[in-house]
Design a protein around this ligand. Structure first.
Ligand code: 5AD
Ligand code: FES
Length: 365
């Protein structure tokens, strides 16, 4: 006999089949899922939300992921690279506005120049904030020595989405060459974790060829890998990318949105004390998308503090919201949104993943 949702939600360890039942839940069952994930969040995290001021410092990318608007092969895009001064002044904005942390994100470039530049920037950011600003990096696959250098310079969290944990699907959404190897993505995640970063990953939801079974596998992977942070968002097609040819076979946007909320709710239930981002892509589909994610499990928001004139050029997908806003606009808009979600922004704290600290304690026992 099939287990009732209510019984599945009482369990600590979910099987693949149970995850699939939750992902397919509708009506009252879906409501029960969201109620449970909201309770778990309240009990383990509280009604709190932490900011990571997002600086998209360059859209120059050496890779060619088939879904991504800033891929190297997209020639319809003006490339930019913030100056060090612009990056430091955005970090200073975050610091003076008492954001606990910033996140530095860019396209993926592996070079001696980039390694040294980021190392210097990290030291500069620590200096201007008396070591108080937390820094998350999200600059893709790099050599372990590079990750270590940046860790030693003050970065303590790293986000590297795996995008899909099914190798067959991964190879359908990436070019078939050594630059886009699934194995390397996993090796990078492993080395980040070994170096000591709070390690975050995530997937896109509603990709062409993706099945519910793939998504269940993604959640099991995150649990098994013991991630500290999770960032997942709906896949949103971009006209200047090769994957656009598969648009006809996609789930409607609203269903991709709903599946993303379910994925967030389920990972909150499976990994109670991790940090979960309410991804900006949610808002590209539903104006209240990020608030809905906060209500059912997310506890991290990333206000964009990239200088306004560059924002239009960091279009990973079409319809990316907030392209015309300033950093100040993003802050007050998000604050209002958080209070709508019956939560509170915590200023002046890093808001580290509790999962990470308990992982560290366990390894000392
Ligand atoms: N739709 C949604 N998310 C996307 N990303 C890249 N392209 C898209 C898209 N078309 C996400 C990827 C990447 C992150 C920076 O942005 O998951 O890891
Ligand atoms: Fe830049 Fe994928 S296109 S990392």
């Amino acid at each position: 006999m099939k287990k009732a949702i209510k019984d599945i939600l009482e369990q600590d360890n979910l099987s693949r089949n149970e995850i699939i039942v939750l992902l397919e839940s509708e009506g009252d069952d879906r409501t029960l899922l969201f109620k449970k994930s909201a309770e778990v969040k309240e009990r383990y995290i509280g009604k709190k939300v932490w900011f990571r001021g997002l600086i998209e410092f360059s859209n120059i990318c050496g890779k060619d992921c088939l879904y991504c608007g800033i891929r190297k092969g997209n020639k319809n895009l003006e490339r930019y690279n913030l100056t060090d001064d612009e990056i430091l002044s955005a970090a200073n904005f975050a610091y003076t506005n008492r954001y606990g942390s910033i996140a530095l994100q860019s396209g993926e470039v592996e070079s001696r120049f980039v390694t040294d530049r980021i190392e210097n920037l990290l030291r500069g950011i620590k200096e201007l904030s008396n070591g108080e600003l937390g820094v998350t990096l999200s600059v893709g696959e790099q050599e372990p020595e590079t990750y270590k250098k940046w860790y030693d310079a003050g970065a303590h969290r790293y986000l590297l989405r795996v995008e899909s944990t099914n190798p067959a699907l991964y190879s359908k959404i990436h070019p078939d060459d050594s630059k886009h190897s699934f194995k390397r993505r996993l090796d990078c995640l492993k080395s980040l974790q070994e170096i000591g970063y709070q390690t975050g990953t995530g997937v896109m939801i509603g990709l062409p060829f993706q099945t519910i079974d793939d998504l269940a596998g993604d959640l099991l992977f995150m649990k098994e890998f013991n991630i500290d942070m999770c960032g997942m968002g709906p896949y949103i097609e971009h006209v200047s990318t090769p994957l656009i040819v598969h648009s006809e076979n996609l789930l409607p946007l609203k269903e991709r949105f709903d599946l993303t909320l379910k994925m967030i709710a389920i990972i909150r239930i499976m990994m109670k004390d991790i940090n979960i981002v309410a991804a900006t892509a949610l808002q590209a589909i539903d104006p209240m998308g990020r608030e809905k994610a906060v209500m059912i499990g997310a506890n991290i928001l990333m206000p964009n503090i990239t200088p306004g004139k560059y924002r239009d050029s960091y279009k990973l997908y079409d319809n990316k919201p907030c392209a015309d806003d300033s950093a100040e606009d993003c802050q007050s808009c998000l604050e209002a949104r958080v209070s709508l979600a019956d939560a509170e922004v915590i200023y002046g704290e890093w808001g580290d993943s509790k999962h990470y600290s308990s992982r560290q304690e366990k390894s000392l026992e």
